[in-house]
Write a protein that binds this ligand. Structure first.
Ligand code: NAP
Length: 278
């Protein structure tokens, strides 16, 4: 089953994409990891998330090898480190990312987290890259509601296409205010670490619900974040087996009892909660 998420400019992407943190770090695992990413593309998980930070460019290089000859199938997201998010440095960072990825343009370029460079300057630098045709759109990551509201006050800030945030069953704070705020603006939320970095997959309730549905625990964890509108999940998987399991996450249809049990074990927020960040 494919579900699409739509950006404010009308562009659609699959709700289920692929993360790549730590992919490419171990040369012995490279082939398997490339096969896994390629299988994900075959299965329609065509949004790939990477960053200049990951393995100091190794993740982008590995992604570049996988998507060679398949550029048109892929929606590529990469991220600029906060210290490079200035008018002086961002263009060079982006050029290097494009080179490692072997593409002429990123589909989405994110500020990895807010650092010392004022957001005004970062927005201006992003706009320059859009004007140069190096990126199709830009967004942010790890910005809380207050920071997003401040961003909206900046000239051009409303062009922010997405915010990538830590979101999984064990970390639901964004459901209280930030997710509804983004949904109201047609700004997709990219859920990072949707499997809790794998830590959620041993939880007895997740195992139990998975058994009930004849599903994998990872599918349950992913289905739980994907049931909200405007959410894109980017699980990272290093094997074809894991990718195939993740690709079927949307087959899991929770009933009321599942949802009540999930809410008891992983309570939704009842008040403003500081943003969880890795
Ligand atoms: P994650 O996707 O929540 O979890 C990855 C872990 O789950 C790995 O150990 C993986 O094992 C395992 N896994 C994947 N599919 C599985 C399956 N079907 N069954 C069992 N285990 C499975 O964690 P993450 O990598 O932290 O987050 C995902 C992506 O979000 C990252 O790769 C990165 O692209 C992005 N991210 C962004 C930020 C940010 O600040 N913006 C921060 C963190 C992450 P194998 O590798 O062995 O398959």
């Amino acid at each position: 089953m494919t579900r699409l998420v739509t950006f404010a400019d009308g562009t659609t992407v699959p709700a289920l994409g692929q993360g790549t943190w730590e992919l490419g770090d171990d040369p012995a695992l490279r082939d398997e990891q490339q096969q896994a990413l390629a299988r994900g593309l075959d299965l329609g998980m065509s949004l790939i998330d990477t960053a200049e930070l990951y393995g100091d460019g190794r993740s982008e290089r590995l992604v570049g090898e996988v998507i060679a000859g398949r550029r048109d199938e892929v929606f590529i997201v990469s991220k600029v480190k906060p210290e490079n998010a200035s008018e002086m440095k961002m263009m060079l960072s982006c050029e290097k990312s494009l080179e490692r990825l072997g593409v002429e343009r990123l589909d989405l370029y994110l500020l990895h987290w807010e650092g010392r460079v004022p957001l005004e300057e970062t927005v201006a630098a992003f706009q320059e890259l859009v004007d140069e045709g190096m990126i199709a759109r830009w967004g942010v990551s790890n910005l809380d509601l207050r920071a997003m509201e401040a961003l909206m006050q900046i000239e051009g800030g409303e062009d922010c296409a997405a915010n990538q945030l830590l979101y999984n069953l064990g970390s639901r704070g964004v459901e209280f205010d930030l997710l509804p705020w983004m949904q109201a603006r047609d700004m997709p939320m990219m859920a990072y670490s949707p499997l809790g970095r794998g830590g959620l997959l041993e939880h007895p309730l997740i195992l139990d619900i998975a058994n009930r549905h004849g599903a994998e625990p990872a599918q349950v964890a992913l289905a739980a974040v994907l049931r909200h509108d405007g959410v894109i999940a980017i699980p990272k998987a290093s094997s074809v087996e894991h990718v195939q399991a993740n690709a079927d996450a949307l087959e899991v249809q929770f009933d009321l009892e599942d949802l009540e049990r999930l809410d008891r074990a992983f309570p939704p927020p009842t008040q403003e909660t500081p943003l969880d960040i890795i």
